[in-house]
Design a protein around this ligand. Sequence first.
Ligand code: SF4
Length: 241
Amino acid sequence: MEIMFAAFLIIILILIFFSGDKLMPPKIISTSQVNLYRNCPRAYYLKYIIGLKSPIASPQLEFGSKIHSMISQRNFVSEDVREQEQLLRAQKFLECLPSGGIAETSYEDKNNPARFYGDISGKRAVAVFDWLWEPDDCIGLDWKTGVFHKTYSDQYEIQGYFLSELYKQKYDVPMKRLIFKFLGDDVTYEAQLLRDEKIYKKAERAIKNSLSNIEKEKFEKKCSGRCSFCDMNVFCCMDCF
Ligand code: SF4
């Protein structure tokens, strides 16, 4: 364990030494950054400040990217049973919403029409819809390829805060609905902050607190059940296990 910790420190020191002015928080903030910081400040530090990438591929991430990409291309057919189940759920759900709408293109596409920029807590921010409807409908949609967890509601609301704020800043009208569709269990969750001021304020406070703690360089470890599937765990000293 001591050897691993020493190796970890050496890696960090080498990265700090060679990275010059890169050791700064990202200039553009996002939901993923805030939610990762809230889950574990050390994981945020390793991923977004040091800039480490897990050498181990995540099957869940690969599956999620593939499903998102197929839906955005309106391709709802797969020979894989699990993929087909999720694609059919997405197709059926879209049929209940207004026709048309704008689908995301891809993460790499600089002109992705579903990517919105704006200002959150005085910082440049970005958020990406999976599908959206412009005014008059004012609807946003985010696919989740996992299952719904009520205990993660705060995270969904924080994501909802980013999406709804940037939508409002772009179109100058508030969103009417912001939907998280869980394709793993077919659950639909609608962001509560659009109609509940307390939840809106709670999400806003959580974002401000996280940004303030990042500025104060508070990057302590937060060991939890998440450590076993944290993609930074290969870099983190292993005393959480
Ligand atoms: S393994 Fe646990 S403590 Fe370490 S970075 Fe990941 S979540 Fe944080």
